[in-house]
Design a protein. Structure first.
Length: 217
């Protein structure tokens, strides 16, 4: 199989972004090129390889996204620029938050809303804690296709590695209060995607801020 065929076989083309479906890091796709036998093997970011395949030469600058989607490899969504260009583009699009972090949907690369993240966690039947309260099994891959993000991103969300929060809805409070006291607070927090301190407050019957329950439609 040629380099080009091997690369595009790992891409899901849509009307907007063309999403990388194979391995990645930091929401960027990664793709191996070259040969191990002659020592030319190396790993490149997928969108840089997409640029090479569409232009016939490797980019001399950073490859940036007009769509702000790190997992996108659609050639028409890519352009060359410096880090300074990237910073100016970020400010022009209102993605810069001065002097602070970018939590949840306020992050400049966020493709999901807080409501969508809550729905994803409700739809996914993962882990011994949430299994009892399953709303129907659905895979990370299927959820990724529904919401237009990678399977690995969905997996991080349902494991509580992304989109942590300090507020709960009534259903989540019921879950925390009903699980075995021997289950570690940290394990529950990871399953629900909240901070351990929030779970601890519920277990100690202290007041916590609640958010409205989300309809699962």
């Amino acid at each position: 199989m040629t380099l080009e065929k091997r690369f595009w076989s790992k891409v899901k083309k849509g009307p907007g972004c063309w999403l990388w479906t194979a391995c990645g890091r930091g929401n960027y796709g990664r793709f191996g090129i070259g040969s191990r036998t002659d020592g030319t093997r190396r790993i490149e970011r997928a969108h840089r390889v997409a640029w090479f395949l569409s232009h016939g030469e490797w980019p001399t600058l950073d490859v940036l996204h007009t769509c702000d989607n790190r997992g996108c490899v659609r050639p028409s969504h890519l352009f060359q620029g410096t880090q300074a260009d990237n910073n100016r583009d970020m400010c022009a699009k209102g993605r810069h938050v001065p002097g602070g972090a970018h939590p949840g949907s306020q992050h400049h690369n966020a493709k999901l809303t807080a409501r969508q993240v809550t729905l994803i966690r409700k739809k996914y039947s993962g882990g011994k804690i949430l299994k009892k309260y399953s709303w129907g099994q659905i895979s990370c891959k299927a959820l990724g296709e529904i919401y237009g993000v990678s399977q690995s991103q969905i997996r991080r969300i349902v494991r509580g590695e992304r989109w942590k929060r300090d507020r709960l809805n009534n259903i989540e409070v019921q879950i925390i209060r009903s699980v075995d006291p021997l289950i570690k607070t940290r394990t529950i927090a990871q399953a629900l995607g909240v901070y351990s301190s929030t779970v601890m407050r519920v277990r100690r019957n202290k007041r916590v801020d609640l958010i409205p329950s989300v309809n699962s439609k």
